[in-house]
Design a protein around this ligand. Structure first.
Ligand code: NAD
Length: 358
């Protein structure tokens, strides 16, 4: 198979974790007989230095010509947020690319590896049954994209954010979530606030109607406040969760802390044509950038996710995931997941260990 991939490392740790991910991609291509060609493009602060914008047209053109996008992360240190280079960097780059390619659904898996039970902030007694949840978040609607304003003077200031959802928007992401549940443990949970919000009532109607097309998937519905509690009290009960943009933003970050480090996570954003972007959901981690300390596992798992979902290369994706798991089982740990008795390694050495197990 021949595939072309746009590679956007971005800022901070982006370059160093992407380097390890690309080594893994090359190795998989070599071992399984595929030709993956990559084209690098700038985004975030790195793009600002050359183009004066965070998401240049040149980068958009390169992405549009490729079969998938591998994305690192963007943004600068908090102490430099006042500089033009970093002002609104994350918003301009991330919302810019999401809008440019109409990425409508975001997939955020959160899995606790058996070897890393002690890295999770939850007690072993809560997670011993295993945690492997996939959150599917709608990405183009909700309070983020509705009308908004602020008016008035102190002490009578008012602000307004409109939340609008169309049946079509809900249906797109719901079909994607049911399809994902079919490839996993056949359970889907709709998370909403249907006791209060009209948009949530519409979500329930549409999801329950579409459920008839997926009778092999068990559907349940949960209010978002209860879901937040359940993710901490009994995360093993969840398989796939589908929800709107705002609730998805919050609960996917809640779920992201369960595995023990942001450096372990991958995610994807996909549009109606199946074109997708793959990125670790964490930021550019300026505190550890350039020091060979970042955990490259999340970025490497983005490669596996891309091979499985964009190119249907299931054996190749499984090989990467198995290599990651066996590296963890062998006791190799970057600083973010290190515990006493384990073997501490840097970004590059973690890449070497995973590579050697593919
Ligand atoms: P962050 O996610 O960059 O870092 C939070 C903590 O997690 C830090 O201690 C960091 O060292 C650690 N961490 C993150 N990824 C890691 C990895 N792979 N290995 C080991 N440790 C890791 O969040 P922040 O510090 O709040 O934000 C830093 C910058 O990133 C800001 O400019 C912010 O705007 C941006 N940001 C970008 C994205 C994105 O590109 N998708 C997402 C969130 C934040």
């Amino acid at each position: 198979m021949q595939k072309q991939i746009a590679v956007l490392p971005g800022d901070g740790i982006g370059e160093e974790v992407m380097l390890q991910a690309l080594r893994v991609l090359t190795e998989v291509g070599y071992k399984f007989g595929h030709e993956f060609s990559t084209t690098k493009a700038l985004i975030g602060g790195a793009a600002y230095d050359s183009y004066g914008v965070h998401f240049p047209n040149k980068t958009k053109e390169i992405c549009a010509k490729n079969d998938a996008i591998l994305f690192g992360s963007v943004g600068g240190p908090n102490s430099e947020r006042h500089l033009e280079k970093w002002k609104s960097c994350e918003v301009n780059a991330l919302l810019g690319i999401r809008k440019a390619f109409s990425f409508a659904a975001n997939f955020r898996p959160a899995k606790i590896y058996p070897a890393l039970l002690n890295s999770s902030p939850l007690k072993n007694s809560i997670i011993e049954k295993g945690v492997d949840v996939l959150i599917v978040r709608e990405l183009l609607g909700d309070l983020y994209f509705g009308d908004k304003w602020q008016k008035g003077e102190k002490p009578n200031r008012q602000a307004f954010d409109a939340c609008l959802y169309s049946e079509a928007q809900i249906a797109t992401v719901t079909h994607a979530a049911f399809a994902a549940a079919r490839k996993r443990r056949h359970k889907l949970t709709l998370v909403d606030k249907a006791n209060i919000l009209h948009t949530s009532k519409l979500w329930r109607e549409v999801v329950q109607e579409l459920a008839k097309e997926y009778s092999d998937v068990e559907l349940d519905c949960l209010f978002v406040d209860n879901c937040a509690m359940q993710l901490v009290l009994n995360p093993s009960q969840f398989d796939v969760i589908v929800t709107g943009n705002m609730f998805g933003d919050i609960i996917s970050d809640l779920a992201a802390v369960l595995p023990g480090s942001l450096g372990l996570l991958c995610s994807s954003s996909i549009n109606a044509d199946g074109f997708a972007l793959y990125e670790p959901p964490g930021g550019s981690a300026p505190d550890i950038a350039g020091k060979n300390l970042a955990n490259p596992i999340g970025q490497i798992l983005c490669v596996a996710m891309m091979l499985r979902h964009s190119f249907s290369l299931l054996n190749e994706a499984n090989a990467i995931e198995a290599a990651v798991e066996s590296t963890l089982n062998a006791g190799f740990r970057t600083g973010d997941i290190f515990t006493e008795g384990m073997r501490r390694v840097g970004t590059a050495e973690m890449g070497d260990e995973i590579l050697s197990r593919i």
